[in-house]
Design a protein around this ligand. Sequence first.
Ligand SMILES: *Cc1c(COP(=O)(O)O)cnc(C)c1O
Ligand code: SF4
Length: 464
Amino acid sequence: MELKVIKNDAPEVASERAVKPPVDERSLVHKQMLRGPFWQKIPAYAAVGESEVLDHRWQAKHSITNVPKLLAALGSLVGPDFIADATAGFDKAPMSVRVSPYLLSLIDWEHPYEDPIRRQFIPLGSRLLPDHPKLGLDSLHERADSPVDGLTHRYVDKALFLALDTCPVYCRFCTRSYAVGIDTDEVEKFHVKAHADRWQRAFSYIASRPELEDIVVSGGDAYQLRAEQITEIGEALLAIENVRRIRYATKGPAVMPQKILTDDAWLDAITAVVEHGRKLHKEVVIHTHFNHPNEITGITESAMNRLFERGITVRNQAVLQRGVNDSDETMKLLVKRLGHVNVHPYYVYQHDLVKGVEDLRTTLQTALDIERYVRGATAGFNTPTFVVDAPGGGGKRDAHSYEHYDRRTGISVYAAPSVKPGAYFLYYDPIDTLEPDYQRRWSIPAEQEHMVQDALAAARARLR
Ligand SMILES: *Cc1c(COP(=O)(O)O)cnc(C)c1O
Ligand code: SF4
């Protein structure tokens, strides 16, 4: 193997060659996770002990789904102005709201407007921005690519199976707001029988397609599946010869790690599928969704350790969000802390075009800049790929691989030759981030069309 030599500034003196002085241990903040009874700062949980807080059933039962419950939990921590703002936010939000007590206790209630977890889960009327004119529900065309209800077959060798439509919490920015969160009651309404039929149709389709090797089991959220359902789905998929890889997708570890510590039946069910898969030489893993380093606490670490001890691989898919993780340092800290608890940072998604959350989207340029900063901060296999899930069904594209990007109009254009040959896919930066002239152009429909046509022409010119 040949060594690369950096010619011009090779160090001359030995002491200079000793390169890096040791870093002060206290600066390694990724290791400093929140511990202790932090939830007791919330008035309603002031007297709640660890055994209750670690019980996933307690967490689910006490989840916040409306403003009166929010007020009951927080008491005097927030003023009437904030409550009025939240009431307006809940009224206008296209998505159901559900926040676990654990998440609620991670919010800094002295600064709720700025808090990255509040921003993701609790809508405020005063922060809402008008939607982008190019935005539609189901912007990823998941339903258009569905051969069977709840199964999206977009890429050649992999498919997305939506097993159910509820989640342990509801995220304001959810891409599937067209499908999830339909029941806002705290009581789960599982229609197992109805599921069984639909699931069977999905499994039959997968078995009929020899090219399908990789199945994402999502929803909704695999956390909401009962242990028997985890087994049923896992075993049905493992039994299909062409299936080689299965991922259970769940936001659970990020929003309710307690379940991994106290729901033994659920964890044993997952573990059994992973182990059976291993014997069949098929990979079964968990994909999860942490967005901010504050979401990783001592409780998370214990939960991730439990998965690691069982040999279960966990990968993370984060969403880039304005005011949440759109700074170099926050993203680097997230990546380092994930690595520390043995979660592989797999993707950072450019925020999809979703209704009612323009305040959370960033420009594509933000993603490009943060990627440049994060790469090199840690192991390459722990460095996420920044992707744009191309609106219109183009699938995920490396953020840097645009055919064209006009920072003034905010339009970027992608191609996806292996997914939809010959087609172009457009992403749009949020309008409020553009210069005033361009904001004005976006308010005129004929101008919108011009900007889109210009962008497409520039992309075509580039592609010969
Ligand atoms: C994200 C996604 C997958 C999995 O894609 P990877 O890039 O392999 O993570 C599969 N199907 C659909 C429809 C998806 O959105
Ligand atoms: S957990 Fe996932 S599917 Fe559920 S609301 Fe959040 S982003 Fe959407």
